[in-house]
Design a protein around this ligand. Sequence first.
Ligand code: GLN
Length: 553
Amino acid sequence: MTKFIFVTGGVVSSLGKGITTAAIAVLLEKRGLKVSIQKLDPYINVDPGTMSPFEHGEVYVTEDGAETDLDLGHYERFSHAPISRYSNATTGSIYSEVIRRERKGDYLGKTVQVIPHITDQIQRAIRQGAQRGIDVAIVEVGGTAGDIESLPFLEAIRQFGLKLGKGNVCYVHLTLLPYLSASGEMKTKPTQETVRRMREIGIQPDILVCRCERPMTQEMRRKIAMFCNVAGEDVIQEMDVPHTIYEVPLDLLREGMDEALVRCLRLEATEQGEFSDWEDLQSRFADPEGEVEIAVVGKYIELHDAYKSIYEALAHGGAAHRHKVRFRKVSAEDLADRGPEEVLRGCSGLLVPGGFGERGLEGKIRAIQWAREHKLPFFGICFGMQAMVIEYARNVAGIEGAHTSEVDPDCAAPVIDLMREQEGVEDKGGTMRLGAYPCRVIENTRCAEIYGRDMVLERHRHRWEFNNDYKAKLEKAGLTCSGIWEARGLVETVELRDRPFFIGVQYHPEFKSKPLAPHPLFQAFVGAAIAFAEERAAEDEDASAPASSATTS
Ligand code: GLN
């Protein structure tokens, strides 16, 4: 029988509930258990696909083509949990299913209400999220205890726990121990308050995870345990991590989190596994051999979460080379104003991520031109790949009026054009080309060398595509189409073959990179950036050498 862990949060948002949830999965997997992870989101959108990245951060795409919350990215990066469209449910998706059933007549004669109909549907979604063969299903509830909109979810997990009974369900509550610098102490009152709230709702947390900047004292632990009605060893400290979020599983392990879970769920868990892989990873972040700076030119640059998976994948690529990646976050509009030279000088690689619409596109195109002319390693993802094609068409192939019809539907040369399948599609939600598609990697290309395989499966989220009407002309001008979706003859990757790394991909490889298994394209890109930096340093040294030898002689 599958056991369940529910992770809730209190006091404030942004405590890192998603990362804690993912880290719990790591601890249980190390014990030899099969886990699933699910996120319940209290907002009314059916999925986050139609939200601005400024509102919600990046939209994470699953293998089966669901547009989901970015916490699912953490789940996949940390663990081996199977992630699919059932791994994320929202108030919107729950209600739309209940309303569909009501129209069908499933509730004939009944008044359809939040309790029991919505809460029952939430419990069905929870069961669906925990697929067959799973030992422990971990469910993260979005929002903060006490929010009006999360109440039906909390009521649903309360009922769920009641049905399954003690030993089969574990409630983990994340809370904050704020440090008051004026009085020089950490405060437990907000934690007592949020646990009181949970108990009013009918949920007694089994384990409290206390987020804090400084270590908590034995006295505080004792106080929290007593006031919150939990055992002392179930009060777990989770301090801010100095180097990387990938330290969290090790920290929780040291704090006895996995023992606490095993106790609460009465798991016949095997021996604690060994963590040398995570320890090695931790040392790569804590103790790098060097640093490399990479510019990310995008539209939502002010918000780190907007390109979350991109930054993570770059960090994975860096760790593979024992290098820390520093991000130079550049607003594409800013670049259009100040010019690429001023903004990009000194960095060792350029990445242009996905995006939509006109704002910032010309800035991205100028950045790519500068990178091409200065032999800077470049990585274009989705819209970034489309911008690379437009740049090459305009400035190398001499195709006048080259553009994407997304921005200028009447342009003379739509080198990027709306996909055939997208014509006539009017609904905005969930209608893009979404999820994993096979891509054949063409022999004797940089992509083939980097992947070391001739077939790859990568995830998509777009409506426009490379226009094959211009393929011959662009190839003649030196652009190599190195990856093809054969079923439709669509170009998935383009590259400049004579460069260490100048590649654009129509898909989102960042969704498949893991810290313990960096994506080959990100690893190669960061490698090329490191080599570029080293060459530049050597050239600078050469340039200054005659002068210094002149002074010494
Ligand atoms: N706006 C482009 C398209 O829809 C690119 C989308 C993206 O970068 N995710 O094709």
